[in-house]
Design a protein around this ligand. Structure first.
Ligand SMILES: [Zn+2]
Length: 151
């Protein structure tokens, strides 16, 4: 969540409340009671807007704190095959997709592609990006006794 617009909105609401409050405080006797009530309603409305925006900010701050805690459980590592992936610090040890990690704040454990020992690759179950993780082994040579051209 982008918090800057929320902060700007909260500040504007508080500013509006302060301006209306100053008008009320500086009101002269000529100002009738109806105008005071109208300005007081503006102050209450602006403060209510600020309260909502501050609640949204609190939610965003909580989400950031939660993400930071989850993110700290991983570190960017280079695999033996040269891929850059996120690696969990806790068991069960696993690799996670660095693209989803950075762009979406999501953690998806990488899964082996095909016969992992021959592919050496793992893919993200969300964005399906493949990463070189291990040095692949060569597949075994097939030995055939049958030669169709030797007859
Ligand atoms: Zn991904």
């Amino acid at each position: 969540m982008d918090v800057l617009p929320l902060i700007g909105g909260a500040i504007q609401s508080v500013d509006a409340a302060l301006r209306a409050g100053k008008l009320i405080a500086g009101a002269e006797h000529a100002l009738d009671q109806a105008q005071l009530k109208l300005q007081l309603a503006d102050v209450i409305g602006a403060l209510a807007d600020a309260k909502v925006q501050l609640a949204e900010l609190r939610t965003a701050a909580n989400e950031d704190a939660e993400w930071t805690k989850r993110r700290d459980g991983y570190s960017l590592v280079k695999t033996p095959a040269g891929g850059l992936v996120q690696e969990s610090k806790a068991d069960p040890k696993h690799y996670a997709c660095p693209a989803c990690f950075e762009s979406d704040r999501e953690i998806h454990a990488l899964q082996p592609v095909g016969h992992f020992e021959y592919s050496g690759s793992m893919s993200c179950p969300s964005c399906e990006t493949q990463y070189p993780v291990a040095i692949p082994r060569d597949p075994p040579e097939l030995e055939r006794d049958y030669d169709p051209f030797s007859r």
